[in-house]
Every structure is written in structure tokens, then in C-alpha cells.
Design a protein around this ligand. Structure first.
Ligand code: ZN
Length: 377
């Protein structure tokens, strides 16, 4: 079951909220009523303050999302979790300038909110957020001044915290895109990850020395985020660099449309192949794919005398030898298949590539980078 439910849709983005968020509200109500000693009024203040805080988190995520949508990136939803917001978007552009603008958009929203709150403070002549002393003094008061002070501080901290140059914070992405303007993407990611981990280590150390448990927790969170992100990006970038021709199986066993299923059974048993490109009679043009699933259901329904054309998959993706492995994996995932025929511009069969070929190429590459490097031609 899903633990989040939809609140509303804005610009085609579903805004969802995690069920555990209710616990945060209960906790906020309790905390404020106890620490302020104002009972119900304190509890109410806590709930309103928390809801407004999460509205700020939502606006922050919307900042990223709307900026990303300008670059044609699809954003499906934003989920408000107990620890913040998560915007679900498809892969971000590799253009460092666009990445930079998307990453900056979030924190900038928080700073814009701070500016608006300061103006409201000036208009209402609430001195609380203009002088630091009064801000501290108003903090924790369950009145308008207290609310303004709380939201101003919260937005300031949200903006600043997200600018820390470490994944998964926006600052990590900002740093990476700035580096990527000067070097290649995977190198930029690795350097940004090292800086992020260094920062996490420092935070953990300070937390340890000062005995601040929260800081240690944040440090662990940042450390893990930095290493995970860099690993993911490095894998993706590597797969983007390797071309299909370096990993494909040349001259795979193929079937003809008029062959019977018994031919497919024979080939499956006598070879290591379980997916077969199906070519047109008398030519080498690929017009179908026959996988284990199609073969088994065909055998069950029609017996082994049936023709391949009756059971083959006629809708299937193909790749070109010069396509990147990354594209191949994307096509496989989209079509939910494990093998794709490699064809030339005229749809003639050149080879076949499977998910395990991609894995193998990646593993070989990490051992010996020369293996998949493109020969100069
Ligand atoms: Zn952000």
C-alpha cells in the first residue's frame, strides 16, 4: 500500500502528503503547548506554524520543479515527507547551466519568502524580524510576531541548509554543475562527492566533539547521499560512453517468420540464447522478436507446428550499433524486455544485445577501461 495520499494538483504535478506527516503535526502541537506553557493556544500555534513551514517546503520543491519543466523535464509528483519534500522527476538534463538553475531555484524560493516576510514585518511594524535581538526575543511567542519570527528563521535555515555543498542537498548539485562547466560530468560528480563527504566528516566530528547527536545524524545522512549519488551517476555516465557495438553479440541465432515453433525450441535447447530476432523470409530485415514468454504461450496454445509469425512480438524496440548502452537499457525498461536486436539503417540484423551483455560490459570496463574504449576509425 502507498503511505501517501494526494492533496491537489498544481501545473500537472500531484502534491501528495505522507501519512506520517500527521505524527509531525501531533508532535508540533504537543511541543508548542508544553514549551510555551500556553496549552491549547500553544498547540494551535504549533500546528499552524508547522503547516506553514511545510507550505514553504512545498514552494521550495515547486521552485525546482517549475524550473525543470522549463527544460521539458517531466515532474510527476511532489511528496511532503516528515523530513521534507521530495519531487519525483525524470532524469535531469546533462547541461550544467540548466542543472545549476534547477538546483538554485529551490533555495531562492526560501530566500524570496524571507524577503516577503521582512516586508510584511515592516508594514505591520513588527520589529521582531528586523533586529536580531528582537527576533530571538519573539521566538517562541505564540502571537503574530512569534509566527513571523519563526517562519523567517525557518525559511532562512531551509535555504542555507540546502546550500551546503553536499548531496543530497541542492548545494551538492550546484557545486557539481559549476565543476561540470569546466570538466566532464563524471569527474565533476566524483569531485563534488569527495567534497560532500569531507563536509559530512567534518560535521560528524563537530557533532561528536560537541555532543550534538542531531549533527551526527545529519552527517551520516549526507555521507550516504554523497556516495550513493556519485556511484549512480558514474554508472550512468559510463554506460553513456559505451556504444552498443562494443557489447552486442554479433551474428546471433535468428529465426525466419515461416519457421515453426519447433525450430525455436531446438535453438533454445542447443544454444545459450533464449531470445531470437525474427527476420523476413529471404532477407535479413528484423520484423519481430521471439522471447521465452512468447514461445511458451505459443506452444501451449498452438503446438510446435505453428509458425513463428503467429506468436512473435511485432512491436519491439531496436538499437543502432552507435547507440549508447544507456539508451539501450532505457528502451529495454520501457518495453519490459531483456533483449533488443541491433539493426542498421535499413532494419537489417547486425547483432543482439541483452541486459546481461550490458552488465558484463560494465563490469569489464570497471576492471579494464581499455576494453570498451572506442577504436579510432
Ligand atoms: Zn531543494
Amino acid at each position: 500500500m502507498s503511505w501517501s495520499f494526494k492533496l491537489f494538483t498544481i501545473k500537472g504535478i500531484d502534491v501528495k502528503i505522507h501519512t506520517l506527516f500527521i505524527l509531525i503535526l501531533v508532535w508540533a502541537a504537543y511541543r508548542w503547548s508544553v514549551t510555551t506553557g500556553e496549552g491549547l493556544q500553544g498547540a494551535l500555534f504549533g500546528i499552524v506554524a508547522t503547516l506553514l513551514l511545510f507550505a514553504a517546503v512545498l514552494l521550495h520543491e515547486l521552485g525546482h520543479s517549475l524550473q525543470a519543466m522549463k527544460y521539458k523535464v517531466k515532474v510527476s509528483d511532489i511528496t511532503l515527507m516528515p523530513l521534507g519534500g521530495v519531487a519525483q522527476m525524470e532524469e535531469l538534463p546533462k547541461n550544467p547551466e540548466q542543472e545549476l538553475k534547477i538546483a538554485l531555484a529551490g533555495p531562492l524560493v526560501n530566500f524570496a519568502i524571507v524577503a516577503i516576510l521582512v516586508i510584511i514585518g515592516l508594514v505591520l511594524q513588527t520589529r521582531s524580524i528586523i533586529s536580531l535581538n528582537e527576533l530571538v526575543a519573539s521566538f517562541g511567542q505564540t502571537n503574530w510576531a512569534g509566527m513571523l519570527a519563526y517562519l523567517t528563521m525557518a525559511n532562512l535555515l531551509l535555504g542555507l541548509f540546502n546550500l551546503l555543498p553536499a548531496y543530497p542537498m541542492d548545494g551538492g548539485r550546484i557545486l557539481r554543475s559549476l565543476l561540470a562547466m569546466r570538466m566532464d560530468h563524471s569527474r565533476a560528480t566524483r569531485i563534488a562527492a569527495v567534497i560532500g563527504q569531507g563536509l559530512a566528516f567534518l560535521m560528524g566530528l563537530i557533532g561528536f566533539i560537541s555532543g550534538q547527536f542531531t549533527l551526527i545524524l545529519i552527517a551520516i545522512f549526507v555521507w550516504m547521499g554523497a556516495s550513493q549519488e556519485s556511484r549512480g551517476v558514474v554508472v550512468q555516465d559510463t554506460l553513456r560512453e559505451i556504444k552498443v557495438r562494443r557489447a552486442m553479440v554479433r551474428s546471433p541465432h535468428s529465426l525466419k517468420v515461416n519457421d515453426s515453433l519447433s525450430k525455436a525450441v531446438e535453438l533454445t535447447l542447443s544454444s545459450a540464447q533464449s531470445d531470437f530476432p525474427v527476420v523476413e523470409w529471404g532477407t535479413n530485415k528484423v520484423i519481430g522478436m521471439l522471447g521465452e514468454a512468447e514461445l511458451l504461450s505459443g506452444l501451449k496454445k498452438m503446438g510446435d507446428g505453428a509458425a513463428i509469425r503467429e506468436v512473435m512480438r511485432a512491436n519491439f524496440p531496436t538499437v543502432h550499433p552507435d547507440d549508447a548502452l544507456h539508451t539501450t537499457l532505457e528502451k529495454m525498461a520501457k518495453a519490459k524486455i531483456r533483449a533488443v536486436p541491433v539493426v542498421d539503417d535499413d532494419q537489417n540484423l547486425i547483432g543482439m544485445i541483452t541486459a546481461s551483455d550490458v552488465n558484463e560490459a560494465y563490469r569489464l570496463l570497471t576492471v579494464n577501461p581499455q576494453f570498451v574504449s572506442e577504436p579510432q576509425s
